[in-house]
Design a binder for this molecule. Structure first.
Ligand SMILES: [Mn+2]
Length: 423
């Protein structure tokens, strides 16, 4: 049985209305900013996740059958090298999807959509949060903002260009250019210049959705071509500053997928250069790093069991979420670096004091940490605290989350002991 993460003391803390999300995350934002320092480039990944809860929850609308829920837009900083090390969360914007459209007819929805200024639309969170979180980027660091197809919107591109922000955004391949030609057709006239073999993860029936059908694991042979494109300002974006936008397009496609499988295809619009094969490859690699935020959501949902919390109101759930944000980051860091082929010292994730404590706890359990433990040693040690059995392969989110929580309880006791000694 998975034990609840937080004790009754933290439960009282969650109910204190003076504790705001912003105040709870300020320390984590600053530490994330420090971790970005010294890097010439960082990736800033943006995405929205939906959270669903069972039972009565004050202030939460019903989103699906019996479930109540809310959405939150996240911004996660990720290292620009192949380690894809998660550096921390820079933005969190909770909201309700489409509440104001409930009960309206389709034509009323269209009118409402046209009449609402961009700034008041929830879709403006993409550019708003990019501008806001860009304020945390250190002065000698260049940030590249990464977004999935949900951000395929002229207003988003235009706002980012006006603010001189760099981006890679996935778009609809059939999007029309200023010549009124589809982007995929425009690029199909060009030869592919880059070829890559990438492993494609399987998608089970349960994970599948309409745009993402079920699939088997395979190695996909991808081709990549790139070109400049110019986009006209659509009539639906009257507030966008630029009349037209010149961007670079990178088209990643699977020329011959196995029979019955949907081909892999990404159309990426970017402000990054595409003059050489290396530059084109860099754009593809930036977009591939977007996946780290999906893993972050797993750390929050499965690792921290956020949706299993019995907390009874929206306000209290939000404060709990703000406390889980840094914890889920730590979990993701531990797991990503712990599974990486490059061994790194555990001091990358834990302080010397924390490692001494972990060593002592494990020794009690007849388990030794090596003299200079790696992140992997620490990950397996933490997983052991969560009940992981050594021969069961790499620990999953749940067992690692449970272990990290137990460790934080030990740490709390250890810190209190220090205070007892002083008095
Ligand atoms: Mn998304």
């Amino acid at each position: 049985m998975v034990r609840s993460f937080w004790t009754s003391i933290s439960y009282r803390f969650f109910q204190n209305p003076k504790v705001t999300i912003h105040a709870l995350l300020e320390g984590h934002h600053e530490q994330t900013q420090r971790r970005m320092m010294g890097s010439p480039v960082v990736r800033i990944v943006h995405d929205t996740s939906d959270f669903m809860f069972k039972g009565e929850r004050e202030g939460l609308p019903t989103v699906h059958k019996e479930a109540k829920g809310f959405s939150a837009h996240f911004t996660l900083a990720v290292a620009a090298d192949e380690s894809r090390e998660p550096l921390g969360v820079l933005g969190l914007f909770p909201f309700f999807q489409k509440q104001e459209l409930l009960g309206l007819t389709e034509s009323q929805k269209t009118i409402r959509h046209q009449e609402t200024p961009r700034k008041s639309k929830k879709s403006s969170r993409w550019e708003a949060q990019a501008l806001e979180t860009n304020g945390y980027v250190p002065s000698n660091t260049r940030a590249i903002h990464l977004m999935d197809q949900e951000a395929d919107d002229y207003s988003v591109f235009s706002a980012l260009c006006v603010a001189s922000l760099s981006f890679v955004i996935r778009v609809e391949p059939r999007r029309l250019t200023v010549e009124r030609v589809r982007a995929d057709e425009l690029l199909s006239a060009l030869p592919a210049t880059l070829f890559r073999e990438v492993p494609v993860a399987p998608r089970s029936k349960a994970q599948a959705s309409k745009p993402h059908p079920q699939r088997k694991a395979r190695t996909a042979a991808l081709s990549v071509r790139a070109s400049a494109v110019t986009l006209p300002r659509p009539r639906t974006s009257p507030e966008a500053v630029c009349d037209s936008l010149s961007l670079n397009a990178v088209h990643v496609f699977e020329a011959s997928p196995p029979g019955g499988e949907q081909p892999i295809e990404w159309m990426l619009f970017t402000t990054e250069p595409i003059g050489s094969i290396e530059e084109i490859a860099a754009v593809v690699d930036h977009y591939r790093a977007r996946w780290v935020i999906e893993e972050y959501f797993k750390a929050l949902k499965t690792g921290c069991s956020f949706e299993k919390r019995q907390l009874c109101s929206y306000e209290v759930l939000l404060r709990a979420l703000a406390l889980f944000v840094p914890l889920a980051w730590k979990l993701l860091l531990l797991r990503n670096l712990g599974r990486d082929n490059t061994p790194r010292l555990a001091t990358k994730v834990f302080s010397d004091d924390q490692l001494r404590l972990l060593c002592a706890i494990l020794r009690e359990r007849r388990r030794e940490l090596p003299d200079k433990p790696t992140v992997r040693d620490a990950m397996l040690g933490i997983a052991a605290l969560g009940g992981h059995i050594k021969n069961n392969g790499d620990p999953g989110w749940q067992v690692l989350g449970r272990g990290l929580h137990r460790f934080s309880e030990f740490e709390e006791g250890w810190n209190l002991r220090g205070r007892c000694d002083q008095s």
